[in-house]
Design a protein around this ligand. Structure first.
Ligand code: PBG
Length: 330
């Protein structure tokens, strides 16, 4: 019964009708705020390429965490910016390393009210900026040593769990990382710690501003371990392996430029699927909004709706606190 019988516009006529037929609604509790804590800071410092995002001092981190909880945000994902870096990323598994100190602060302050998560990677802690340790000699010298890196990740996982993280975000894209970290945690009696696998993580130009936020020392790129942006099917392989290895949650990253991947993954698995709206996605919207080219609030909410529509059960976003307030206001 086509037109004139069928008239889809009928259901769009009033705000009340539109509200009633809305297919999905984002809840503040489905938003996770990524945060940065920097060693040695006395007060928060702005990140130029990420308007509204700061590197926190330990004190301002806790204040901002309370604010996020107040807004109803469901989780916090913490990244650490150490004062010193070395070849093996020693700061990552040092109980006194800045990320582990920050995790302890967050767990103490808001651990009962939201989910405290740790980025589990070496890139902020290595002097070369790669996500793992490098092969020293031979034909593969200078490349990231997958299996040697796994040992660094297991040690870091134990330190982060001890510091109070409930969820560990495995973002390094090393083969086998989920399985070895799961085994090491279980062996240590920490079968309670949740593993969030950055299962489909692409070698993306959209990470640009993040590199400023963590003062990345990387020269070159991560194409030898993160996925090629041209590949769709490969994401399902990465996700399958991570689920088989014990991932409790899988994530797709970036979000908006990879909605097809997100949709595929959401249909393929029976674990929660999250998406990471990365730094460049924020930068793009903020830059256009600052010029008056986009309506900032509407655009942000539309990006979040798109990511949810494609299949994300939760979204990591630097706009989490602001968006949570808007969502509550309705
Ligand atoms: C690496 C990591 C990166 C991001 C999160 N974790 C950078 C990278 O892979 O180069 C990027 C997040 C963002 O751009 O917001 N541990």
């Amino acid at each position: 019964m086509p037109f004139p019988i069928e008239r889809p516009r009928r259901l769009r006529a009033t705000p009340a009708l539109r509200s009633l037929v809305r297919e999905q609604r984002l809840h503040p509790g489905q938003l996770v705020l990524p945060m940065f804590v920097k060693e040695g800071l006395d007060s928060p410092r702005e990140v130029t390429s990420l308007p509204g995002v700061v590197q926190h001092s330990r004190a301002s981190l806790v204040d901002a965490a309370h604010e996020a909880v107040e807004a109803g945000v469901g989780g916090l994902m913490l990244f650490g910016v150490p004062a010193e870096r070395d070849a093996r990323g020693s700061g990552a598994d040092d109980p006194e390393g800045i990320l582990n100190l920050g995790l302890r602060d967050l767990a103490d302050a808001v651990g009962d009210e939201c989910v405290v998560m740790a980025d589990l990677c070496l890139d902020e802690f290595t002097d070369h900026g790669h996500c793992g340790v490098l092969v020293e000699d031979g034909p593969r010298a200078g490349t990231v040593d997958n299996d040697a890196t796994l040992a660094r990740y297991t040690s870091t996982a134990l330190a982060q769990a001890a510091a109070g993280a409930t969820v560990l975000g495995l973002s390094g894209m090393m083969d086998g990382q989920v399985g070895v970290v799961r085994a090491a945690l279980d062996e240590a009696g920490r079968d309670d710690v949740v593993l969030l696998a950055y299962a489909a993580k692409y070698a993306s130009a959209f990470y640009g501003p993040f590199r400023e936020a963590v003062e990345s020392t990387l020269v070159g790129d991560r194409r030898a371990y993160q996925q090629d942006p041209a590949n769709r099917r490969e994401a399902l392989r990465e996700v399958r392996l991570d689920v088989e290895e014990g991932a409790d949650v899988v994530m797709v990253k970036p979000a908006l430029p990879y909605l097809d991947v997100l949709s595929d993954v959401a249909q393929a698995v029976d674990v929660p699927v999250w998406a990471y709206q990365v730094s460049g996605e924020l930068a793009m919207v903020e830059a256009a909004a600052a010029r008056g080219w986009l309506d900032r609030e509407r655009t942000i909410l539309e990006t979040l709706a798109s990511v949810q529509r494609a299949g994300a059960d939760a979204v990591l976003t630097y706009w989490a606190v602001e968006a949570a307030r808007w969502l509550r206001r309705g």
